[in-house]
Design a protein around this ligand. Structure first.
Ligand code: AVJ
Length: 325
């Protein structure tokens, strides 16, 4: 298919990265693992299920905002290509591509995702749905491989949706936004989705669904480590914990060892001890205010062009560009 090109930036180094992250994260006083390792194909499928849960409002809230403002965003950005970081199954992408097609500017879609199957399948589906669309898929990690994005063909809209920026630690987040700022030429824009601070009950319910899907998604990181590193984690020996940390304004997601246990990780010659009740942090999901988004964008050399939210102000969508020097 001539309209699709794929570039794999992972080049077989994904395993090495997992091994390094696991060694580093499990030998700390407060054990933690980076959330990107949650997304193997089972993890990606579980995340898609999370997005359908009644308690998990971010996906459908962001989608409703996009449905309302996509045309306006595209008019404001004049984009002919859409670059999507962490594209996943590209469900919300179509709203932007539709608006670009309607505006007559649509030329190219550039998805970047760690899950190869997801990039391949969405690329194949989209070229069928949008005649003439070119897709350049990049299989990679948006923390490490932004330098592998192809040169822009025209005004570019770089979308980072879903509130995924909330999964970065604050210092990582600043670094990431500065990298983005460096990628934006005059006329390019960033479209950033951020989940917003709200009442504790709503926030915590979104990460403690009654069907237990989020718990399975969380435990999936242990299955990934078992498979990739020959480890002996018993996923059923860990409870899913998700609480809103009000001081940091983030949801903190962990796995709590029900009993004391040893876990062998032969591939990295490591044995890890868990005390009863000990927590392994697998994710933070930061919640924002408009003021904080604007301030963090400004600190990275970006300026807010437009801010869109829903009637309850549960989710924010920012359009930004590189600030005039
Ligand atoms: C995909 C990163 C936005 O933080 O809300 C959902 C991931 N984890 N439920 C989020 C997630 C547990 C999600 N993001």
């Amino acid at each position: 298919m001539a309209d699709i090109s794929l570039d794999n930036a992972l080049d077989g180094d994904a395993g090495r990265t997992l091994a390094e992250d696991v060694r580093d994260g499990l030998t700390r006083a407060h054990k933690e693992l980076p959330p990107k390792h949650l997304y193997d194909s089972r993890g990606a499928a579980l995340f898609d299920q999370i997005c359908e849960l009644p308690e998990y409002y971010p996906t459908r809230t962001e989608r409703a905002i996009l449905e309302r403002v996509a045309a306006e965003l595209i008019a404001a950005s004049g984009a002919s290509e859409l670059v999507e970081l962490g594209s996943g199954s590209a469900a919300k992408t179509r709203l932007l591509l539709d608006a670009m097609a309607a505006a007559g500017t649509l030329e190219r879609y550039v998805p970047l995702d760690v899950t190869e199957r997801v990039v391949r399948e969405s690329a194949a589906a989209l070229i069928r749905e949008y005649p003439g669309l070119r897709v350049h898929g990049l299989i990679g990690d948006f923390e490490r491989h932004l330098g592998r994005l192809p040169p822009a063909h025209g005004p570019r809209l770089l979308a980072f949706l879903g509130g995924t920026i909330g999964n970065f630690a604050p210092t990582q987040r600043g670094r990431f936004l500065r990298t983005i700022a460096g990628l934006l030429a005059a006329g390019d824009h960033l479209l950033l989705g951020t989940d917003l601070v709200k009442d504790r009950a709503t926030l915590e319910a979104a990460y403690n669904d009654s069907a237990g899907i989020t718990a399975e998604f969380n435990r999936n990181i242990l299955r990934v480590i078992n498979r990739e590193l020959g480890a002996s984690f018993d996923p059923t020996a860990f409870d899913h914990v998700a609480v809103f940390d009000e001081r940091n304004e983030w949801i903190e997601i962990s796995l709590r060892a029900r009993e004391a246990q040893e876990v062998a990780l032969p591939a990295i010659a490591l044995t890890v001890h868990f005390a009863a009740g000990e927590e392994l942090r697998t994710q933070i999901s930061a919640k924002f205010t408009r003021e904080r988004v604007a301030a963090e964008l400004a600190a990275a050399g970006l300026e807010l062009v437009a801010w869109h939210t829903d009637a309850r102000a549960w989710f924010g969508l920012s359009l930004a560009r590189a600030a005039a020097a």
